[in-house]
Design a protein around this ligand. Structure first.
Ligand code: S3P
Length: 172
């Protein structure tokens, strides 16, 4: 896949994996537009993610998440930063693969734990959730993330290094 192909680059990974940050730099360097799915949900629903979770629950959020994904056109390539739970539904995989290549930004638990410390806008990773539960969620999802077309390790690497690897390997 080259950056001139008609394919999107879809970034997946656990909360704190750096999907939005990597997505921003990747979009800039590749000249593609960036779509942040969480931001799109907030825009479409007119409510923040914590408010959606608190008022309507996770199931409603997952429904909005799939609808937001479905609303994306595959007519022009984009960089898409998804939310960490997108991988839990088979339908989402079909929608992501329709758009382009799915790339897993992999990070070990220590990296994620430190990046998530103090996070207040992620209902499934607040201090009240407890570290054991967040780690458990991560472990449950690992085999799902690994279904990606490409796996890129992010531990101990800066954003530019990760973006360079994506641009290089995504050309193959
Ligand atoms: C979630 C991850 C969040 C957001 C929501 C649920 C998850 O996105 O979609 O809070 O289930 O892992 P980030 O991965 O961008 O934090």
């Amino acid at each position: 896949m080259s950056t001139t192909s008609k394919k999107a680059i879809v970034l997946i990974g656990f909360m704190g994996a750096g999907k939005s940050t990597v997505g921003r730099v990747l979009a800039k360097l590749s000249g593609l537009a960036l779509v942040d799915l969480d931001a799109l949900i907030v825009q479409q629903q007119g409510r923040t993610i914590p408010v959606i979770f608190a008022d309507q629950g996770e199931a409603a959020f997952r429904h909005y998440e799939t609808e937001a994904l479905r609303s994306l056109s595959d007519a022009s390539p984009i960089v898409l930063a998804t939310g960490g739970g997108i991988v839990g539904y088979q339908e989402n995989w079909q929608l992501m693969r329709r758009l382009g290549s799915v790339i897993y930004l992999r990070a070990n638990w220590e990296t994620l734990r430190s990046r998530l410390a103090g996070s207040i806008d992620r209902p499934l990773a607040t201090a009240e959730c407890g570290e054991a539960d967040i780690k458990n969620l991560w472990q449950q999802r690992l085999s799902l993330y690994e279904q990606a077309d490409l796996i890129v390790d992010t531990d101990g690497r800066n954003v530019d290094e990760v973006v360079l690897e994506i641009l290089t390997r995504a050309k193959d």
